[in-house]
Ligand binder design. Structure first.
Ligand code: SF4
Length: 164
């Protein structure tokens, strides 16, 4: 069953760090303090500008929807946290499928001059159903999940909040 209030960013954060998901879902934002986030936004704003058609449906924010080919694109800075990129775009394909629209996905890495085509299998749908239930459960917790102590914590916008 589709839960449209869960965003692609929340699905991605669930994969990266459940604490990050919880902080983000509670509207605790420290994005402006991270230089890496600023660089990511610049790449985002300057890449593929001619093709850019950002759409926002019930909180589902997609970088580019090519209506002619039925392909949605997500633009990413690097392949670190690739698993989260993968599930974010699979969730968008899942979302469209649930409203009766068949699409494919492409993840663009403009800095690396790479792109990857993404599809959605029946097993992916089962995994996403489970993920969405877990995201909802974490969002409803009154306390944050624990700090995860991963190398990428140092690049996270919540680093100071978690470790100081
Ligand atoms: S700093 Fe680490 S533990 Fe804290 S929210 Fe970010 S990824 Fe999670």
């Amino acid at each position: 069953m589709l839960k449209p209030i869960i965003t692609g960013t929340q699905v991605a954060y669930y994969i990266v760090c459940q604490r990050k998901l919880w902080l983000f879902s509670k509207n605790i934002s420290m994005e402006h303090t991270s230089e890496l986030v600023e660089i990511g936004k610049l790449i985002h704003e300057n890449s593929y500008q001619r093709k850019r058609k950002e759409i926002n449906l019930e909180g589902i924010k997609i970088d580019i929807l090519d209506a002619k080919t039925g392909v949605i694109h997500e633009v990413k800075k690097s392949k670190s946290l690739e698993e989260s990129h993968l599930w974010q775009i699979k969730y968008y394909i899942y979302y469209f499928k649930n409203i009766g629209i068949e699409v494919e996905g492409i993840i663009d890495y403009p800095k690396l001059r790479r792109r990857e085509r993404i599809t959605l299998s029946d097993a992916d749908i089962l995994k996403l159903n489970d993920t969405l239930s877990k995201v909802e459960k974490i969002n409803n917790q009154s306390f944050p999940p624990p700090v995860i102590n991963k190398p990428y914590c140092k690049k996270c916008s919540y680093y100071e909040l978690c470790y100081c």
